[in-house]
Design a protein around this ligand. Sequence first.
Ligand SMILES: Cc1cc2nc3c(=O)[nH]c(=O)nc-3n(C[C@H](O)[C@H](O)[C@H](O)COP(=O)(O)O)c2cc1C
Length: 189
Amino acid sequence: MIKDLIIRNRTYRRFYQEVAIERQTLRELVDLARLSASAGNLQPLKYMLSCEPQKNDLIFPHLAWAGYLKDWPGPSQGERPSAYIIILGDTEISRSFGCDHGIAAQSILLGATEKGLGGCIIGTIQRDELRKVLDIPSRYEILLVLALGKPKETVVVETVNSTGDIKYWRDSEGVHHVPKRPLDEIIIG
Ligand SMILES: Cc1cc2nc3c(=O)[nH]c(=O)nc-3n(C[C@H](O)[C@H](O)[C@H](O)COP(=O)(O)O)c2cc1C
């Protein structure tokens, strides 16, 4: 079951934008992060939610999509995320956030997958601009943005081939391919 969920939990970058996600759904997803591991149990993460088209429009321009797909500028209007969860680090609780935000992101995305949604962890963010448009106080470090929606693309996982190329790619049918290194290569002892 967990392996099936993890295989289904792919990075999606094109969505049925018209399928709305309610704030309550986002709250349920953050609750999964709340219950997840945290170094020293400090729980320094805070979250900002967006599921309103106007607020989504403020966030979208400050995100970078699919660096390896050089001729694709990101999802076009109509295929954009219908919601976002912005993961923030509260510097009044801790100065460093370790891998707490990675764990939180994975919990949220697994929960989203179970609900028939999908998303993308975005780390390449115009942080200063995003802080400005959302009026995020300086005490919060912007760690990750999770883009969420009803996936509109097929993503397949495959094994890295003999060239060793790990770059994801999109075929002529629009199917997104994600090469993963083989198990025997990553277990080194
Ligand atoms: C910390 C982190 C940051 C990421 N940042 C971005 C990003 O800025 N833009 C993007 O399109 N994808 C981003 N991704 C998604 C990765 O490209 C994706 O996980 C990878 O291609 C593997 O695909 P998979 O998630 O389906 O296994 C990020 C993923 C992680 C874990």
